[in-house]
Design a protein around this ligand. Structure first.
Ligand code: FCB
Length: 441
């Protein structure tokens, strides 16, 4: 096999991504903590509980782990319900807690990227209609200002909203997330309000910190027609691609939101992305089915796909390249804000990770302006409606004892971060089966 090193540009950011509700623990004032008390909402009745106990202070040891294994960046999120526990109160202690966390990163020589909204909403906001309400964008702006004023000495890389597409579809169309609605009108309204909320937040951040880099993190799910010769499959996969993958970021580019066959002009949204934040996990086939109750389609991984242990993700690094191609069409710097796989035994993750990072290396060499990569995630965390049944951490977590379990992936990723490269030596040591794929003679 060839001996080679696939290097990344100097200053490339290598980190992991996390979210408040999934890692902090002890969140009792948001819609997810309420949701998990309802029977049947979370697999096996799991609860977030202490999660990774970051609110109890274990972020320090986990940031040490990240630092010691070569990471120079970290993406985390702020919990709105902690900062603003009731509409008329700001919690300065909570702001201070986050200030210590981001300072903790800077002290370790790591660049923080801070997300302001990662799926969870304060209960009081939900009582006022959540993101269906036209008042919410302005409330989000007020919360943004509070956070940015508090953290601006340490943070200049901001993500306003994580995966507005996943949030909206799962909360208002498929009903897997709270409030569990299946209502197309509500879905469209929430999409519009999220665009507006992002815009107000984007502008507020720039007012406070003119040099800030602000954007969203967009989930890109590769859709492929199951039968490419069948126009209904092709129509459906194109429809999903444009509504799910394209609509939101295009609105932030052009000021026009084309979603669910409706065109909404939001001119103030044009030009409100400073970078493209890309979350990528997988590709799915789409087929037309004659079943109105399934909305006439089926999504699935074809037989023979290399699937993750709980069947959640198919290993499709080529789909990652396509997603980066789309991201590149925006002519902005690109951050890979999430990518990873659930795998408790860690037999699949090393391969998945290296193959995806290899595609990112290809994209960098196609001169796509990719500036960093945040692996999902650092330590096993609470995976929304899938609870603890999915383990995405480089480190495993014993939820009862809080013990961290060092997986092989820690060392694989550490080698990549420290060498700023994928080397054939590393692959030979950890994933020899990949050598002929990545380093053919
Ligand atoms: C993404 C979410 C993130 C995590 C991963 C597995 O859609 O942004 O919080 O749950 O999926």
């Amino acid at each position: 096999m060839a001996k080679a090193t696939y290097s990344f540009p100097r200053g490339f950011l290598w980190g992991t991504a996390t979210a408040s509700q999934q890692a902090e623990g002890q969140n009792i004032n948001n819609n997810w903590s309420a949701w998990e008390t309802q029977p049947g909402r979370i697999r096996e009745g799991h609860k977030a509980g202490l999660a990774c106990d970051w609110w109890g202070g274990r972020w320090k040891e986990d940031f040490d782990r990240a630092k010691e294994t070569g990471q120079n960046a970290h993406r985390l999120s702020i919990e709105w319900s902690r900062i603003q526990p009731t509409p008329d109160r700001w919690d300065e202690d909570a702001l201070d807690h986050y200030r210590q966390m981001v300072r903790g990163l800077v002290d370790r020589g790591m660049t923080p990227m801070v997300t302001l909204h990662h799926f969870s909403d304060p209960l009081w906001l939900v009582d006022r209609g959540g993101w269906e309400s036209p008042e919410t964008p302005a409330l989000f702006e007020a919360y943004t200002r509070k956070v940015v004023e508090a953290l601006k000495s340490y943070v200049s890389l901001w993500c306003t909203i994580n995966e507005p597409n996943v949030y909206t579809v799962c909360s208002y169309l498929t009903g897997e997330f709270p409030p569990g609605k299946t209502d197309l009108n509500a879905t469209s309204q929430v999409y519009i309000n999220l665009v507006k909320g992002h815009v107000l937040s984007y502008k507020a951040i720039h007012e406070i910190q003119p040099a800030a880099q602000v954007s969203i993190a967009m989930n890109y799910n590769g859709f492929e027609p199951s039968r490419p010769w069948f126009f209904l499959d092709t129509f459906l996969s194109n429809f999903m691609t444009s509504n799910f993958n394209y609509a939101f970021p295009m609105a932030l580019k052009t000021g026009k939101l084309n979603f669910a066959a409706k065109r909404t002009s939001i001119p103030e949204a044009a030009g409100t992305m400073d970078y493209y934040g890309l979350n990528y996990y997988t590709v799915q086939k789409v087929a037309f089915v004659l079943k109105p109750k399934d909305m006439f389609f089926r999504r699935f991984f074809p037989e023979g796909s290399e699937l993750s242990p709980t069947g959640f993700i198919a290993n499709r690094p080529d789909g990652f390249f396509k997603a980066m191609q789309f991201a590149n069409s925006f002519d902005l710097p690109i951050y890979i804000t999430e990518n990873g796989v659930e795998d408790p035994e860690d037999t699949f993750r090393p391969k998945y990770t290296v193959q995806h990072i290899h595609q990112m290396w290809r994209a960098v060499n196609y001169t796509y302006p990719i500036r960093g990569y945040f692996h999902w995630t650092l330590v096993d965390n609470f995976e929304w409606e899938r609870g603890w049944t999915q383990r995405f951490g480089l480190w495993g977590l014993n939820v009862d004892t809080q013990e961290r379990i060092r997986r092989k992936s820690v060392d694989v990723y550490a080698r990549i971060c420290k060498e700023n490269a994928i080397s054939s030596d590393m692959v030979a040591e950890y994933i020899p089966g990949l050598l002929p794929v990545l380093f053919p003679d």
